[in-house]
Design a protein around this ligand. Structure first.
Ligand SMILES: Cc1ncc(COP(=O)(O)O)c(C=O)c1O
Length: 504
C-alpha cells in the first residue's frame, strides 16, 4: 500500500504530464512488496490504479487486465519501464518502445527497488482529451495491419473461422470488425462506454425499448417525439402488456407521470418538429432519484451540439440516417450506454436481427470524419436563417432554440454547445405546399441532417402517423414547415427562401 501511495505521490508532485489516476502497476509473476498475495487488486484499484497483471494469463482477473493493458498499449500512451517488452513480444506484439529514458530511470528509482524481482511498473502519459473534431477523424476505426493503409478496410465476409478463437464473429451478433470500428468512434464522440450500431434508427429505438421493458412495466414517454417512435409505442406496448403514459416536456410533468412500475423515461430534445427543449439534467436527476432509466433520442442535436451522458442520461439513441450519415445516402441507427445495458441491448438485437452491413458501417465511419465540421457549418447557417425568418412579415413564428424568443432558449444554452441545424416555422397566409413548390434550391424531401438543405411539412410526413387530435394538441399545423439546414452558402439559402416567400 505504502509503495503504491509513494509512487503516486511522487508522480503527482514531479511530473505534470502524468495522471496518477492512470497509473498502472503491472506485476509479472510476483507480488508487490507489502501486499499479501490474495488482496492486492482491491487496494491498488482503490488508490486509483488502472490495473495489476499477473503472468498467469488464465486467471480470471489477470486475463481481463491483460486485455486492458493491451488496449492501453495500443493507444500509444504507455511507457514501459522494464522487461515487460519481452512479455508483449510473447503476446505477439512488435515495435514495442520504452518511454523516455529519464522517465524510465525516475520510475525505476522510485519503484523498482520496492518490488520483487520481475515486477514491472508502467505509467500512462496524461491524456489530454481530444476535441470532438479531432475525435471525428481519429477515434475508433480498425487499423489495416495487412498493408498499413490508413483507413479501416471493408471486411466483406459473412462467415468467419472459429477454431482458433473463442469469439464467434457474425454480423447479426453485432461484433464484426466494421461494426466494432464505427461503434468505437461513436462511443468516443458521445462519451459512452459501449455502443451497438443498427440498420436504422427505428431498429435501435425498438430494440432498446424491447430490451428494457417487460410485460407489467410502465414507460413514461414524451409525447412530442419522432412520429415513428410515437407510433411504435402506441401500436405495440399494450399488446405486449407494457403500460404507457405520454407526457409533456417539463421535468415536473414527467415526474408526475411516474408509477411504481415505471422502468424508463423516454425523451427527445430538441424535439421533432417544434424544437422544444427538455431539461436533460432535471430529467436525469429524476431518473437517478427514482431508480428509472432515462433514454434520449439525440438525433437532432448530434454529439457535436449535445452530450447527454455528461448530463446524466443513461441511454443515447440516434437515427444515424440523419446527421451521422450526413449525405442522405445511408440508413443506420445507434444505441449507446454503459457496458451492462449495452450488452443486454446487444443480446436482444441478436434475436431481432437489425444489424448493419460492413459497407454501410464503413460509409458511416467515413461520414463521421466530417461530422463536426458539417454540423458546425449547418448550425451557423440555421442560426442566421432563423433570424431572417423571425424578422420576415410573412412568417407567423419561428421555432429555433438559438433564438432568445424561444421558450427553451435558457435551458438549451445551458445544456447544448450549439443550437443545432433544425428549425421550423409557420407561414402567415401561405399553405406549406405552395411555399415548398416555389423553392428552387431547397428540396422538399423526407428525412433530414444531410449536407443539402431540405424542407418538409411534418403534418403529412414525419407526423403523418400521429392522429390529427394529437397533432393539434402538439401544435403541428398544416402551415408548419420543418427546415433541415445544410452546408450551402448562407446567401444562396436566404435568397431561395426570400424569393419563395415573396412569390405572388
Ligand atoms: C428524431 C428521429 N429519431 C428517429 C428516427 C428514425 O430513424 P430511421 O428513419 O433511421 O429509422 C427519425 C427519422 O426521421 C428521427 O427524425
Amino acid at each position: 500500500m505504502a509503495f503504491i501511495a509513494e509512487c503516486i505521490d511522487r508522480f503527482r508532485l514531479d511530473n505534470e504530464d502524468l495522471d496518477y489516476r492512470q497509473f498502472i502497476v503491472a506485476v509479472d509473476g510476483g507480488e508487490i512488496a507489502g501486499f499479501g498475495r490474495t488482496r492486492p487488486h482491491k487496494e491498488v484499484y482503490e488508490l486509483g490504479c488502472v490495473g495489476v497483471i499477473e503472468s498467469r494469463r488464465n486467471q480470471g482477473l489477470g486475463k481481463m487486465i491483460v486485455e486492458d493493458l493491451i488496449n492501453a498499449f495500443l493507444s500509444g500512451n504507455v511507457y514501459i519501464t522494464t522487461d515487460l517488452i519481452g512479455y508483449f513480444e510473447r503476446l505477439g506484439f512488435r515495435e514495442i518502445k520504452n518511454g523516455p529514458e529519464d522517465l524510465v530511470e525516475k520510475i525505476k528509482r522510485v519503484c523498482i527497488s520496492k518490488c520483487r524481482a520481475g515486477a514491472v511498473v508502467m505509467v500512462y502519459r496524461k491524456e489530454k482529451p481530444m476535441h470532438i473534431d479531432t475525435k471525428c477523424i481519429h477515434a475508433g476505426g480498425c487499423p489495416d495491419t495487412h498493408t498499413g493503409g490508413i483507413n479501416t478496410p471493408i471486411f466483406t465476409s459473412s462467415a468467419y473461422g472459429y477454431l482458433d478463437t473463442d469469439v464467434r464473429l457474425y454480423q447479426r451478433y453485432f461484433n464484426t470488425p466494421n461494426q466494432e470500428a464505427v461503434a468505437k468512434k461513436l462511443c468516443e464522440l458521445e462519451g459512452a462506454e459501449d455502443g451497438v450500431i443498427f440498420s436504422s434508427g427505428m431498429a435501435a429505438i425498438s430494440t432498446v425499448l424491447l430490451t428494457l421493458l417487460n410485460s407489467g412495466y410502465h414507460a413514461v414517454v414524451q409525447d412530442e417525439i419522432y412520429g415513428g417512435s410515437h407510433a411504435f409505442v402506441e401500436d405495440h406496448f399494450s399488446r405486449l402488456g407494457i403500460s404507457l403514459t405520454l407526457t409533456g416536456k417539463e421535468a415536473q410533468v414527467i415526474e408526475d407521470a411516474i408509477k411504481p412500475n415505471t422502468r424508463i423515461i423516454y425523451i427527445e430534445s430538441p424535439t421533432n418538429p417544434l424544437l422544444n427543449v427538455v431539461d436533460l439534467r432535471a430529467v436525469a436527476e429524476i431518473g437517478r432519484r427514482r431508480g428509472i432509466l432515462t433514454i434520449i433520442d439525440n438525433t437532432f442535436a448530434t454529439p457535436v451540439n449535445q452530450n447527454p451522458f455528461k448530463l446524466g442520461i443513461d441511454v443515447v439513441l440516434h437515427s444515424g440516417t440523419k446527421y451521422l450519415g450526413g449525405h442522405s445516402d445511408l440508413y443506420c441507427g445507434v444505441a449507446l450506454a454503459n457496458k451492462d445495458i449495452a450488452s443486454r441491448i446487444r443480446k436482444t438485437a441478436a434475436n431481432l436481427g437489425g444489424s448493419l452491413n460492413a459497407l454501410s458501417c464503413y460509409l458511416l465511419e467515413r461520414s463521421l470524419k466530417t461530422l463536426a465540421i458539417r454540423v458546425e457549418r449547418q448550425t451557423q447557417n440555421a442560426f442566421e436563417i432563423s433570424k431572417f425568418l423571425e424578422n420576415h412579415a410573412k412568417v407567423a413564428g419561428v421555432n429555433y432554440p438559438g433564438l432568445a424568443s424561444h421558450p427553451g432558449h435558457a435551458i438549451a444554452r445551458n445544456q447544448m454547445s450549439g443550437y443545432g441545424a433544425m428549425l421550423s416555422f409557420e407561414l402567415k397566409d401561405m399553405p406549406a405546399l405552395a411555399f415548398m413548390k416555389q423553392l428552387k434550391l431547397i428540396k422538399a424531401a423526407l428525412s433530414l441532417g444531410g449536407v443539402e438543405t431540405t424542407i418538409c411539412d411534418p403534418a403529412t410526413t414525419s407526423h403523418q402517423k400521429v392522429s390529427e387530435e394529437v397533432r393539434k394538441r402538439l401544435g403541428i399545423s398544416g402551415n408548419l414547415l420543418r427546415l433541415s439546414v445544410g452546408i450551402e452558402n448562407l446567401d444562396d439559402l436566404i435568397e431561395d427562401i426570400q424569393q419563395a416567400l415573396e412569390y405572388k
